[in-house]
Design a protein around this ligand. Structure first.
Ligand code: DX5
Ligand code: ZN
Length: 227
């Protein structure tokens, strides 16, 4: 259900848009280019920023049929997981660093028919998620410290994605997909794809100039030309 092999999926992060009008904006999103909407939930505790919660996601869903890709940057997601499950997203991603019980939470997400994502911060050794792959559909490799859009891509992410991709392909869970998030633009998108990422989160580079369909077209073209 996740992705067809060799197909890149683009997931624009709506926190880089004008959130006061996002309900209107999504109606103009070209669903053939914008495969999902990346929703950055921040709690002001796990990360030093605060965004929105399940109520907002529920409202947004009334405005679009594009699948929702929920990225929980919240401490102890087990405390409020149920509320996010109820919003019926395509995916829920939790952070490895946010809980002592990642395997249990991932299994709960899956049990509800939702894609189970596990994210790792740049400071966490990528090997930390290897033993959790049997419970994971997607690993989100952060290429910035989470908390804000518009940060600069960390080059170290490329080696981390390559290492993870190699381990996944050689292992017992070859269907796990890699998502990358933070500082992706038309100069580095081909690099992350070549390293093994298939689901690409784009904030600033998708929403700049308020021209999302065209911006995403440019990003996809950059993958084709240089890869
Ligand atoms: C960072 C968020 C990202 C961010 C991406 O904490 O998880 O999703 O909004 O935005 P850009 O692409 O601008 O780094
Ligand atoms: Zn994110």
């Amino acid at each position: 259900m996740l992705t067809e092999q060799n197909r890149i999926l683009i997931s624009p992060s709506i926190i880089a848009s004008d959130l006061t009008t996002i309900g209107e904006q999504v109606r103009r999103f070209d669903a053939s280019l914008i495969n999902m909407l990346h929703l950055d939930v921040m709690d002001g505790n796990f990360v030093p920023n605060l965004t929105f919660g399940p109520g907002f996601i529920q409202q947004l869903k009334k405005h679009t049929t594009i699948p929702l890709d929920v990225h929980l940057m919240i401490e102890k997601p087990e405390r409020s997981l149920e509320q996010y499950v109820k919003t019926g997203p395509w995916c829920i991603t939790i952070h490895y660093e946010s809980t002592r019980f990642p395997a249990r939470i991932l299994q709960e997400i899956r049990r509800d028919g939702i894609v189970a994502g596990l994210s790792i911060n740049p400071a966490t050794p990528v090997e930390a998620v290897f033993d959790l792959l049997p419970y994971t559909d997607m690993v989100l490799v952060m290429s910035v410290d989470p908390g804000f859009y518009g940060q600069t891509f960390m080059e170290s992410a490329l080696g981390r994605i390559r290492k993870l991709s190699g381990f996944i392909k050689a292992g017992a869970n070859p269907n796990v997909r890699i998502q990358v998030d933070g500082g992706i633009n038309s100069d580095n998108i081909a690099d992350v794809v070549r390293a093994g990422a298939e689901i690409i989160v784009v904030g600033n580079s998708a929403f700049k100039g308020n021209d999302i369909n065209n911006n995403v077209r440019i990003l996809l073209d950059s993958v084709n030309i240089t890869s």
